[in-house]
Design a protein around this ligand. Structure first.
Ligand code: KG4
Ligand code: ZN
Length: 375
């Protein structure tokens, strides 16, 4: 039976400055099925993440079709669990925030379709959230007093972006990777080292038993004031080093390679993030996204921030990797800033047309004022 849905079943005369009440967040952009509930003040009441690692690890990476099917099988129970752990009922919810993109099309379709049906059934507003916007919002999840005027480094499996976050929520893109993302470099490096998937946590586990100075890997600098990143040279360098070895590396050699490879990634991230602070004359830095869970990166950031009196926000591990609490918080921010909720939320796999339009990036030397996005 075909059901005609009104373009927006909820009458919202003017939501500018509106507090949406309890917000249910739903995230299904990649290989985590997640749901969370936040309260009237934005505090997290529940945060459920169901990982699909067991499904994808035998393939050495994410299989999109399997991811979508797994989301379909899991989403209802994950949402039910999020609602029950928050000790609320669905009728208490004031709004739904769902990831629109960027991400896998099929996986996103499951989350958005479920969220739209729930929104229609409960007669509550629904707002689409850009996944990166969610990661950025995670910087304020634990400490809402963290300054809005800051540098934000987003380091995940698909993105390595440096932003200047303005007081009004605008984000100006200062630099980004020219090729692989930092998380991708971890994943591909781990695969070459036979450490499995996902690679970041695997390298993080092995690296402490190796010597980070054992092997010198290239570190990308770019132009004099460049805030761009590049990790493809590093990845190739690891490949050549492994090819040159006469036999498969011993566990000790793997540990040294992993520690040195990790060091090359995290040193560049720290150097560029602090260069951005200096160039922008700012004293607050947020580092978010899956790679911000890396223990060596967290240690180096904490050390340098303490030394230079920089205020640092790194989310607790559960909010670094994909989760729905960050989507709920970002959705709440959007609604409070007057974003128009719509049952017509579309998936946006490329992340180009969601409620925050990503300004096109033209690379080093381009005018940052034209790279502004509004969160
Ligand atoms: O943010 P996220 O969960 O998903 C994306 O939006 O991509 O990030 C996933 C990435 C993967 O590449 C994974 O290997 C990496 O984050 N990652 C880590 C660690 N935990 C997750 N990288 C380094 N060290 C970790 N502990
Ligand atoms: Zn993510």
């Amino acid at each position: 039976m075909r059901m005609d849905l009104p373009s927006n079943p909820v009458e919202i005369p003017d939501r500018v400055g509106c507090r949406p009440g309890l917000v249910l967040g739903i995230e299904s952009s990649c290989d985590e099925t997640a749901a969370a509930v936040i309260d009237h003040e934005g505090a997290v009441l529940s945060n459920i993440v169901s990982s699909q690692i067991a499904i994808h690890e035998k393939f050495g990476g994410i299989v999109p079709e399997l991811a979508a099917r797994a989301h379909l099988g899991l989403i209802d129970q994950v949402v039910e669990q999020a609602v029950s752990q928050a000790h609320v009922s669905k009728s208490d919810l004031g709004a739904i925030a769902v990831t629109q993109g960027p991400g896998l099309a099929g996986a996103l379709l499951v989350g958005t379709s479920y969220a739209k049906a729930l929104s229609y059934g409960l007669r509550i507003p629904i707002v689409g959230v850009n996944h990166l916007q969610g990661h950025i919002a995670s910087a304020w999840l634990v400490d809402p007093t963290f300054p809005a005027s800051c540098i934000v480094l987003v380091v995940s499996g698909g993105h390595t972006h440096l932003y200047r976050h303005e007081i009004d929520g605008r984000c100006v893109l200062l630099g980004r990777t020219r090729d692989d993302a930092a998380g991708e470099a971890f994943d591909k490096g781990a695969q070459m080292l036979g450490l499995g998937y996902p690679g970041g946590p695997a390298i993080d586990r092995v690296a402490p038993s190796g010597d980070p100075g054992a092997i010198v890997f290239p570190r990308f600098r770019g132009g004099k004031h460049s805030l761009d990143f590049s990790f493809s040279g590093l990845k190739t360098s690891l490949l050549y080093k492994l090819r040159k070895m006469m036999s498969a590396p011993s566990p000790d050699q793997v540990a040294d390679l992993a520690a040195s490879y990790q060091e090359a990634i995290v040193q560049v991230l720290v150097t560029k993030a602090f260069a951005a602070l200096e160039q922008g004359n700012l004293d607050a830095l947020a580092v978010v996204g899956g790679v911000s869970a890396n223990s060596r990166l967290r240690m180096l950031l904490n050390e340098r921030a303490a030394r230079t009196s920089i205020r640092l926000a790194i989310p607790p591990i559960e909010y670094c990797t994909d989760n729905a609490a960050m989507i709920a918080v970002a959705g709440r921010q959007l609604l409070m800033r007057g974003a128009q909720p719509s049952i017509g939320v579309e998936v946006d796999p490329m992340g180009t047309s969601t409620s925050i339009a990503m300004a096109p990036w033209r690379g080093e030397g381009s005018d940052p004022k034209k790279e502004t996005i509004y969160f």
